[in-house]
Ligand binder design. Structure first.
Ligand code: ATP
Ligand code: MG
Length: 418
C-alpha cells in the first residue's frame, strides 16, 4: 500500500487512525455510555496510559496471556520497567489505594474510556492499540452490585442497538473455595496431558483455568469432560451466585449459565460474565468482566470487594456494522461577494452561539463552488450574503430560496426546524 500511494510512513502494525467519519461513530458510543453512567451515579476516572510493569504482573497475574505475551514493556531513561496499560482495572485499583478512596462513601463507582495496548496478532476485532469503556464499583460485595454492573453494560449495548447480543454468566467462587476445585482440575489435566496444547500443558500448575479458553480442538475435548466450578459452588458462594441470577431475572436481563466461562485475568472471584455477539467471528466478545474481591488487597490495600467490566469500542463498532451516516450541518454561510467575509464570520458566530452548526467559506470559492461545497457537507440551509447587505435563505432539500433579514436568521432557521 505504501508504495502505491507513495506514503512513506504508516500507522504501526495493529494500530489505526480514527478519521472524522469513524470518530463520529465512536463519539456516539462514548456519549451513550457517559449518559448511562451519569444516571447510575458513576463518575469518570482517567489513569495514565502507562504504569510500572509490576502493577500488571501482580494485578493481572504473571501466569496470564496478557502478562506473558501481550504487554508493551520497555525501560525508561531512569531504568524503570514501564508497561503501556493492557487493561484498566489494576490501574484503577492502584489509584483507589493511592488516593485513600476507602475513606469515601462506598462503593466508589467509577467509569473510564480510553486506549489500551496489547501485543497481539492483529486481526478483525483484535488490535495492538484498542479502546475500552469500562466501569468499576469498588467497596461492596453484594449480589445487587453485580447485577447492577451487568445491567449497565446490557443497557449500553441495547441503547446502541448492538444486534445479536447474548449474556453468558458464570461464577468462580471465592479464592479459598476455589483451591480444592483447582486441585481436582489439575488432576484431570495431568491425566489427559497428552491431548493438551503445549501452552495449556505448560500452565497446568500455574493457570489451569485457562484451559477452558483454549481454541485447540484436542484441548477442548479434554475440557468437555473436566469438572466444572459452577457445579461445585457451596455455601455463601452458591448463595451469592443464586442471588445474582435471581436479580438478573427480576430485572428482565436474559442470560445463559456457561460452566466453561473463564476470564483472561487472574484476579476474578465469584461472578464473571461475558457479552458475546453472533455477528462477530472468532473475536465474539464485545465486553465482559466480573468480581475481583482479592485484587485491592493484592495491590497493598485493605481487603476490598469490587466488581467491574470493560467493553471494546472496536468490537461494538464491528457488531454494529455500517458506518454512521455523515453528520450534516444546519447552515452554510455563502458570500456572493468576497467583501462579505466579515459578515459571514459574525453570523456564523451568532448561529453557533444559538446552538446551530454553521460553516463558512474559508478558501475563497466562487458562489457556485460554495453552493457545491455546502451540498457536499450536507448543509440543510445556505444563507447567501449579497454585496448590498441583503441575504437569501435557501433550503437545500427543496431548493426554495427566499429573502431573509440577517438580523432574524436564528428565528428563520429555527422556524424551519433545523
Ligand atoms: P479476548 O478473549 O477477545 O482476547 P479478553 O478476555 O482478552 O478478550 P478483556 O481483557 O476482558 O478481553 O477485555 C475486555 C474487552 O476488550 C473485550 O471484550 C474486547 O471487546 C476488548 N478487547 C480485548 N482485547 C482486544 C484487542 N486486542 N483488540 C480489540 N479489542 C480488544
Ligand atoms: Mg485477549
Amino acid at each position: 500500500m505504501a508504495s502505491k500511494t507513495g506514503t512513506r510512513y504508516q500507522a504501526p502494525r495493529g494500530t489505526f487512525d480514527v478519521l472524522p467519519d469513524a470518530a463520529r461513530a465512536r463519539a456516539r458510543i462514548e456519549q451513550a455510555a457517559a449518559a448511562i453512567f451519569a444516571r447510575a451515579g458513576y463518575e469518570q476516572i482517567s489513569t495514565p496510559a502507562f504504569e510500572d510493569t509490576e502493577l500488571f504482573e501482580r494485578g493481572v497475574g504473571r501466569s496470564t496471556d496478557i502478562v506473558r505475551k501481550e504487554m508493551f514493556t520497555f525501560e525508561d531513561k531512569g531504568g524503570r520497567s514501564i508497561t503501556l496499560r493492557p487493561e484498566g482495572t489494576a490501574p484503577i485499583c492502584r489509584a483507589y489505594v493511592e488516593h485513600g478512596m476507602h475513606k469515601l462513601a462506598q462503593p466508589v463507582k467509577l467509569f473510564y474510556a480510553g486506549p489500551f495496548f496489547r501485543h497481539e496478532r492483529p486481526q478483525a476485532g483484535r488490535y495492538r492499540q484498542f479502546h475500552q469503556i469500562g466501569a468499576e464499583a469498588i467497596g461492596t460485595d453484594t449480589p445487587l452490585a453485580d447485577a447492577e454492573a451487568i445491567m449497565l453494560l446490557a443497557d449500553l449495548l441495547a441503547e446502541l442497538g448492538v444486534p445479536g447480543v447474548e449474556l453468558r454468566l458464570g461464577s468462580l467462587g471465592s479464592l479459598e473455595a476455589r483451591r480444592a476445585y483447582l486441585e481436582e482440575l489439575k488432576a484431570h489435566l495431568r491425566a489427559n496431558e497428552g491431548d493438551l496444547s503445549k501452552d495449556v500443558r505448560e500452565r497446568i500448575e500455574i493457570n489451569p483455568l485457562r484451559a477452558f479458553d483454549a481454541d485447540d480442538a484436542d484441548t477442548q475435548g479434554v475440557m468437555a469432560s473436566a469438572p466444572k466450578l459452577v457445579e461445585r459452588l457451596e455455601g455463601e458462594d452458591a448463595e451469592h451466585f443464586a442471588e445474582v441470577r435471581a436479580l438478573l431475572e427480576a430485572a428482565g436481563i436474559a442470560f445463559e449459565i456457561d460452566p466453561t466461562l473463564v476470564r483472561g485475568l487472574d484476579y476474578y472471584t465469584r461472578t464473571i460474565f461475558s457479552f458475546v455477539c453472533d455477528r462477530l467471528g472468532a473475536q465474539s466478545e464485545v465486553g465482559g468482566g466480573g468480581r475481583y474481591d482479592g485484587l485491592i488487597e493484592q495491590l497493598g490495600g485493605s481487603p476490598t470487594p469490587a466488581i467491574g467490566w470493560a467493553a471494546g469500542i472496536e468490537r461494538i463498532l464491528l457488531a454494529l456494522g455500517e458506518a454512521e451516516e455523515a453528520g450534516g450541518r444546519d447552515v452554510f454561510l455563502a458570500v456572493a461577494d468576497p467583501g462579505q467575509g466579515r459578515r459571514a464570520l459574525a453570523l456564523a458566530g451568532e448561529l453557533r452561539h444559538a446552538g446551530f452548526s454553521a460553516e463558512l467559506d474559508l478558501v475563497g470559492r466562487g458562489l457556485k463552488g460554495q453552493l457545491k461545497h455546502a451540498d457536499r457537507i450536507g448543509a440543510r440551509h445556505v444563507v447567501i450574503l449579497e454585496a448590498d447587505g441583503s441575504a437569501q435563505l435557501r433550503d437545500m432539500q427543496s431548493g426554495a430560496q427566499l429573502p431573509v433579514d440577517p438580523a432574524d436568521l436564528v428565528d428563520a432557521i429555527g422556524g424551519e426546524g433545523a
